[in-house]
Design a protein around this ligand. Structure first.
Ligand SMILES: [Zn+2]
Length: 299
């Protein structure tokens, strides 16, 4: 689907509302008050039970709640954000939507980013490389380590596919490189029984007793750090380039996880050509994300 085809499908508020309605009630609407299944639309986001008159909003409790902008503008925003190969900036979104206010574009982008982690996604498996890195703060590339101040610690996992090429990735901000922090990330993102490849950092010693097969690569066998865990280190450099390029490196600790989520969303779908389906999936997730305000985000 091209942008033109997309636009033609959502020319009116009614078309957008009907689409949300079907996403929200895939098995058909049942009135919570009287059990009736017939409704008619009232205004742009409401519909009314034909029997008892109870009104329900198609956007209550989801990210579009309290919006003063047309649904159609939101749809275009989600389409545009879903289909940017190299990441979406607030400035770019502001231009595409013709918004007067930069803060609005910035808030929308953050809201939509929160929909980028799809629920029930399957865990990484097979062979997975894991390592930590520091991002943000001043540029001093090549300084990996576990004691650097003023930087945000991120743990990265990279799945290898059958051809030993990079498959899916996962990333998370962690408070420190302790066993507890790493264990929580591994258990949330990697299936038990997976072969996990790490360096010799002692905190990873939980892996074998925890049901994983642990391979430790030590520096003796190879000449450089990057050769030890080549796939995860490639992803780490791509992430750093993306943060300093698309986002000028200006990412605070509070928002870092959202940026990582966006990166992972795009990376894991880099070969995904069905843009219409990507829009549909992102909108579907947006329906499950609770509303958040500009104040919540900057607080
Ligand atoms: Zn009713």
């Amino acid at each position: 689907m091209t942008f033109d085809e997309f636009i033609k499908q959502f020319l009116t508020e009614e078309q957008c509302r009907d689409y949300l309605y079907r996403l929200r009630f895939p098995e058909g609407f049942v009135c919570p008050k009287c059990g009736n299944t017939k409704t008619w639309p009232v205004g742009e986001v409401l519909f009314e039970c034909s029997q008892c008159g109870r009104q329900t909003s198609v956007i209550s409790g989801i990210i579009f709640q309290d919006t003063r902008k047309p649904l159609r503008t939101w749809f275009v925003a989600i389409w545009w954000i879903a289909t940017q190969k190299n990441g979406a900036s607030a400035k770019g979104l502001q231009q595409v939507l013709g918004l007067d206010c930069y803060e609005t574009a910035w808030t929308w982008l953050h809201k939509i980013r929160r929909a980028m982690v799809f629920p029930n996604r399957s865990k990484l498996s097979g062979v997975v490389e894991v390592d930590e890195t520091y991002v943000g703060g001043e540029e001093n590339d090549g300084k990996r380590g576990r004691g650097t101040e003023n930087k945000i610690l991120v743990v990265v996992a990279v799945e290898l596919d059958a051809n030993k090429k990079t498959g899916r990735v996962r990333m998370s901000v962690i408070p420190n490189a302790s066993k507890d922090s790493l264990k929580a990330f591994v258990e949330n993102n990697i299936k038990k029984g997976t072969t996990i490849v790490t360096d010799g950092w002692a905190s990873y010693s939980f892996l074998t007793p925890d049901g994983y097969s642990h391979t430790v690569v030590s520096k003796k066998h190879t000449d450089s750090e990057d050769k030890m865990l080549p796939h995860v280190h490639t992803i780490i450099s791509l992430l750093k380039r993306w943060l300093s390029g698309t986002h000028q490196g200006a990412v605070s600790e509070k928002h870092m996880q959202a940026y990582l989520d966006e990166y992972v969303f795009r990376f894991n779908r880099r070969k995904f050509a069905e843009r219409g389906l990507l829009f549909h999936r992102l909108l579907e997730c947006a329906m499950k994300v609770s509303p958040v305000t500009y104040d919540d985000l900057v607080e």
